[in-house]
Each structure stands twice: as structure tokens, then as C-alpha cells.
Design a protein around this ligand. Structure first.
Ligand code: UTP
Length: 429
């Protein structure tokens, strides 16, 4: 009886209109032809005049000082490729300190608030799969020093997966398999949790959006916020030069005057390698999933009909004994919304180039590319660079880490280092 009640409770909470629509989508899906050649979107380049950057910085700093900017980290994903037992944000990435990714993000928010003399709120998106663990982790760590009124959580929606005939999967006798509805679910999660109202009440107008799995991302970037504000953009995005033509990053396209992200999986090999007459790569810039989003725009997107993307995945399914079994091969379809599908609806969407070595080191895989090892190496290389710029002679070997609470960037570090102890292991707190 208990099991039956649990199953009924779960099924009663489903939005069956949507479930039917999604089942239909799966049944009718066609993995269409890859996209034809398109125009790359204009990018605000790194190489712009210093005065323009300074102007953007002034605008951004003023917006932050006035309390109109909030930080928002999406952490509702399942982190299956990392194979870490726990939410990705709890992964201890600090090369010396062993700090978790969450702690590093939270400390950047705290440090930016101290720098600009304002309380910057941090919103964290979780999903049903990790919500309790994430909240507990923040509580155990005393919110990493952030005041309680400046940290809020919102939980994204879960959706069932389907087989090719549109049927649901039972992963236990009394439970239908569900998974988070994609980072595009963040608009709705912000709205339904009351986070957007909370932001409005505090006077926040711009959301600094980033993903939990990039421990190098500046939580608050005044130059980016400044470009976003001064161009009247409703949704802005950061890009960087791709490491190689086939790097798995989305590309910004200008399709009939509308800006949108073309995923790498939509581009065939030849298109990805396409060059311009001068020999340079045509689609040179990749998206790093960092955005500035206006709250009014987020509200609009929360009720917009953004598309669902279908992914063929291995779905755990109830074994003969009633236990969940993870198949080796994809056996079903998950549906997700993507945050960047908001961009074509935004007024004056802006794309800005940044340096990879300053802000992008994704933690996706257990080893190899985009793993904790490559992220730690990139973090240490950045901190060595900052120290050298500040005139400190740092050895290549050994471990280096600078806490966000000590310095958020090379400039701040310069002002702080006069006589530093130099050893093989350097940790600045
Ligand atoms: P990924 O698409 O890389 O997924 O998410 P993931 O869950 O981290 O890892 P895999 O694919 O299972 O290995 C990119 C970012 O978007 C967030 C993730 O938490 C991560 O920060 N995300 C993704 C959500 O918040 N919700 C989702 O439904 C999906």
C-alpha cells in the first residue's frame, strides 16, 4: 500500500499535458540534417581599445555598487561524467586548500561584495536529486561566510524520460524515472521559487549566470556587466577562441538577423573546420555558458515556450528483482531545455570575448580533458601568472593557490604583495 501510495503521489504531481506533448515529441523526433553554413554572430573582441574596456568597467562597477547585480550558479545537473559521489559543487578542487567548487564561487561573491561595499546575493539552482545535499553542504560550511539573507536556493523541475514509443520508465516498482529539465529550466525555477521577486525587492536588475562546474569563472565581472548594461542587452554571453576547430563548444550564429547558439553536434566536420579567405577559422569562438540576464527578461522566459532538446541516453530501469539497473547502451530519451535558447528572444543580445586562461576550466570528466587535473593546472597557472605580474618570483614546480578572499585578480594581488614568503607550496589566504 505504501508503495502504491508513493507511485500515485508521484504520478499525480506530473503535468500530464506536458508529458503527453513530450511523448509525442519523442515519437516524432527526427535528428534533422546538420545545419548549413551560417553567419557567425558579431563579437565584442578582446582587442578593443583600452578606453572602451575602462568605460565598460566603470559602468559595470557602478551597477554592482548600486546593488543591481546578483550571482546565480546552476548546479542542478547530475555530473554523471565526473563519477563523483555527490553534487559537483562539493568536489574539492582547491589545489592547496582543498576548497570545494561551491566555496570558491561563494568566496568570489563575498570578495566582490567587500570590494564594492554592497551585499551581493548568491542564488543556487539545485534539482531534486541533489537539493538536500547541497543545502546541507552550505549549512555545514556556514554559507562560506556569506550572510544568511544573501544565499537562496531554487530547485528546478524534473521530467520523465521516454522510450521510442513514448512510454515512461519505472526505475523502481513505485517510482518513475525522472531527471532535471536542463539548465533552461533555470528561468522557471527562478520564477516559481520566488527568487525573481526576491531580486526585484532587493533592487537587483541583472543576473550574473554561471555553471557550477567552472571553478575559474569570475562570479561578478564588472566589464561584462558594463557591456551588458551600456548596450541595453537583455541577455549577454561570453565566448573564447576555440582550442581547435572541433572543440565541443556551441557557436553563436546570426541567422536572419536573430542571434542563436548552434551546438557543436549540429555542425558537421567540414563546417566546423571552415576557414575564411585569410585562413582563419570561420567559427572561431565557442560559448562558455556564462551569461548576464536581466530579471524582466528571465521572467518572460519563465513562461516562454522554449524548445525541448531530445537526447538519447542510458535510463536506469527496474530489473527483474525490482532493483534499478543501469543499461550500457542508450535505451531511452531525456528532454531538456537550454538556457541559451532564450537568446533569440532577447533585445540587443551581446557576445563578448574573454581569455580562456582567465576564466574557463570546466570540470566535466574524471580524467583527461576538462577534468579536475586540467582545472587545477589552469588555476595554478593563473595564480603563478598573477604573482609574476606582481613581481614575485614563483617556481614552476610546487602548488600555488590564491584565495578569492586574498585577491580576486592580478591588480588586487599587486596591491597586496610586498614581501611574500616563497616556498614550493604557496597558499595565500
Ligand atoms: P552539463 O550539461 O555539463 O551536465 O551541465 P552535468 O550534469 O554537469 O554533467 P553530465 O553531463 O551528467 O556529466 C552544465 C551545467 O549546467 C548545470 C550543471 O549543474 C552544470 O553546472 N545543469 C545541467 C543544471 O543545473 N540543470 C540541468 O538540468 C542540467
Amino acid at each position: 500500500d505504501d508503495a502504491r501510495a508513493r507511485l500515485i503521489r508521484q504520478l499525480s504531481a506530473f503535468d500530464w499535458g506536458l508529458v503527453r506533448e513530450l511523448a509525442q515529441l519523442v515519437k516524432e523526433q527526427t535528428f534533422g540534417p546538420e545545419i548549413a553554413e551560417f553567419k557567425p554572430a558579431p563579437v565584442v573582441p578582446l582587442s578593443r581599445p583600452a578606453e572602451e574596456v575602462a568605460e565598460a568597467r566603470r559602468t559595470g562597477e557602478a551597477a554592482v555598487r548600486e546593488g543591481t547585480v546578483a550571482a546565480f550558479v546552476v548546479a542542478g545537473g547530475q555530473g554523471s561524467r565526473l563519477r563523483f559521489d555527490g553534487p559537483k559543487g562539493c568536489y574539492r578542487i582547491g589545489p592547496v586548500s582543498g576548497k570545494s567548487i561551491f566555496q570558491i564561487h561563494a568566496e568570489r561573491v563575498l570578495a566582490a561584495g567587500l570590494r564594492y561595499g554592497v551585499e551581493i546575493p548568491l542564488y543556487v539552482m539545485t534539482s531534486e536529486t541533489n537539493d538536500a545535499q547541497v543545502r546541507e553542504f552550505f549549512e555545514q560550511n556556514e554559507l562560506f561566510g556569506l550572510p544568511a539573507q544573501d544565499v537562496a536556493f531554487c530547485t528546478q523541475r524534473m521530467l520523465p524520460a521516454f522510450d521510442a514509443e513514448g512510454r515512461l520508465f519505472l526505475d523502481a516498482p513505485d517510482h518513475v524515472f525522472v531527471s532535471p529539465d536542463g539548465h533552461g529550466g533555470s528561468y522557471r525555477a527562478l520564477q516559481s521559487s520566488g527568487a525573481l521577486d526576491d531580486m526585484a525587492r532587493r533592487g537587483v536588475r541583472h543576473i550574473s549566470y554561471f555553471q557550477v562546474d567552472n571553478p575559474m569563472v569570475p562570479a561578478i565581472d564588472p566589464v561584462f556587466i558594463g557591456e551588458h548594461v551600456r548596450t541595453g542587452s537583455e541577455m549577454s554571453s561570453k565566448v573564447l577562441k576555440k582550442r581547435e576547430p572541433r572543440e565541443k563548444l556551441g557557436v553563436f550564429a546570426d541567422i536572419d538577423g536573430a542571434l542563436r547558439v548552434v551546438e557543436y553536434s549540429e555542425m558537421d566536420d567540414a563546417l566546423q573546420r571552415k576557414t575564411l579567405p585569410d585562413g582563419s577559422l570561420k567559427y572561431a569562438f565557442g560559448s562558455i555558458a556564462v551569461h548576464a540576464i536581466d530579471i524582466d527578461f528571465a521572467r518572460r522566459m519563465a513562461s516562454a515556450d522554449l524548445p525541448f532538446h531530445v537526447a538519447h541516453k542510458a535510463i536506469p530501469v527496474r530489473g527483474d528483482g525490482g532493483e534499478a539497473a543501469e543499461p550500457d547502451e542508450p535505451n531511452g530519451f531525456k528532454l531538456e531545455r537550454f538556457v541559451f535558447d532564450g537568446i533569440p528572444h532577447a533585445r540587443n543580445p551581446l557576445v563578448m570575448e574573454v581569455r580562456r586562461e582567465d576564466e574557463f576550466a570546466p570540470v566535466k570528466n574524471l580524467d583527461g580533458d576538462d577534468s579536475p587535473a586540467t582545472a587545477r593546472a589552469a588555476m595554478m597557472a593563473q595564480h603563478r601568472r598573477w604573482l609574476r605580474q606582481a613581481g614575485v618570483d614563483v617556481p614552476e614546480r610546487g602548488v600555488v593557490e590564491i584565495s578569492p578572499l586574498f585577491a580576486l585578480d592580478a591588480e588586487e594581488l599587486k596591491g597586496k604583495v610586498s614581501r611574500l614568503p616563497v616556498s614550493d607550496n604557496l597558499y595565500l589566504e
